[in-house]
Design a protein around this ligand. Structure first.
Ligand code: SF4
Ligand code: SF4
Length: 340
């Protein structure tokens, strides 16, 4: 009996004491951690969490932050603008505005546009056969890239891979095409393209330069696989009624803050390097014979000579020629022209 008792005490000593020590240590460390968590607690502003819930979670970086969490923190802690989430658009900006008690401000939706008309394999003229890693960034490092035009699309789809919204596809000619209905304007493709061929433009603008070449006219034509390179002739800049186009380094660029979507530049461009998505869809001018005094101003300002008429006689519009640019409407002193 005494032996069993002694045995039990010895077992208690062997197991019980270490258990007690570990338990006590656990208690002490737990206490230390609890105190430390109180002392070093980083208070998360509930608005950060609310904003993160409102954001779409795309983590695309369009706002300039590394991801949605970073943007939410910047808004709350650094007063960052609340309308910078492109995929979220105006609806998300309005939600954040409510959380922050601020005005959402105007949000201009943008879409990506590829400034190249050669567009990859089928159209581009190749300098050499590239057989390396399927990446534009990799290809551009080998003798400046495989296509003859140093500003042309290499067609290895870095942009397509970067797009989280499935907005970039390749058409039957091998050209990269952006679906404006899917594009959120996040700019991931802009950042991914090593040739800087992609730009974000306001969604309500419909006229684009399809080229990025800075070669002189004949050289641009020689290296471009398409028939539509910008040759820097400046005709578009001369004819633009609002001076929205400048030509620098043999390349035309449109200032979308000035552009009024009239489409004149696309009509006059000799190489058709400018795409006008509204071509043929604008309303046409019509002259009210009761108001027309035959001053000839409309005929003089029409960029495509669609208006005819003798001085002091009623003028007429050739609907087949009219491109709907509204220049005549703007200049008619008698307000005799309507777009129908
Ligand atoms: S990333 Fe640039 S070069 Fe590559 S496929 Fe897209 S537009 Fe072309
Ligand atoms: S669409 Fe009209 S306003 Fe815009 S750049 Fe062309 S010519 Fe100028």
């Amino acid at each position: 009996m005494t032996f069993i008792l002694l045995e039990s005490v010895s077992m208690l000593n062997t197991i019980g004491i270490p258990v007690l020590i570990i338990g006590a240590l656990g208690l002490i460390f737990g206490l230390i951690l609890a105190i430390a968590s109180k002392v070093f607690e980083v208070k998360i502003d509930p608005r950060v969490e609310a904003i993160m819930e409102a954001l779409p979670g795309a983590n695309c970086g369009a706002c300039g932050a590394a991801g949605c969490a970073g943007y939410a923190e910047r808004i709350v802690n650094e007063g960052e603008a609340i309308n910078k989430c492109a995929p979220g658009g105006a609806a998300v900006a309005a939600q954040i505005a409510r959380i922050m008690g601020k005005d959402a401000g105007a949000m201009q939706q943008k879409v990506a546009v590829i400034h190249c008309s050669s567009g990859g394999h089928n159209n581009t003229k190749w300098k050499y056969n590239y057989d390396g890693v399927e990446s534009c960034k990799a290809a551009v490092n080998i003798a400046g890239g495989p296509n003859s035009c140093s500003w042309g699309c290499m067609g290895l789809n870095d942009c397509q891979k970067a797009c989280q919204f499935d907005a970039i596809s390749v058409d039957a000619n091998g050209m990269r095409v952006i679906d404006f209905n899917k594009c959120t304007g996040c700019g991931a493709c802009v950042r991914a393209c090593p040739r800087n061929l992609i730009m974000l433009v306001p969604i309500n603008r419909n006229v684009y330069i399809k080229c990025s070449s800075k070669e002189k006219g004949p050289d641009a034509k020689a290296v471009c696989g398409s028939t539509h390179p910008c040759i820097g002739c400046g005709i578009c800049a001369k004819k633009c009624p609002v001076q929205a186009i400048t030509v620098e380094n043999n390349l035309a660029r449109i200032d979308y803050d000035k552009c009024i979507n009239c489409g004149i530049c696309a009509t006059v461009c000799p190489t058709k390097a400018i795409e006008d998505l509204l071509a043929g869809m604008r309303k046409k001018a019509e002259i009210n014979p009761e108001l027309c005094i035959g001053c000839t101003i409309c005929a003089k300002v029409c960029p495509v000579q669609a208006i005819k008429g003798e001085i002091k006689k009623i003028h007429e519009v050739d609907k087949d020629k009219c491109i709907g640019c509204e220049q005549c409407v703007a200049k008619c002193p008698k307000k005799a022209i309507e777009m129908i």
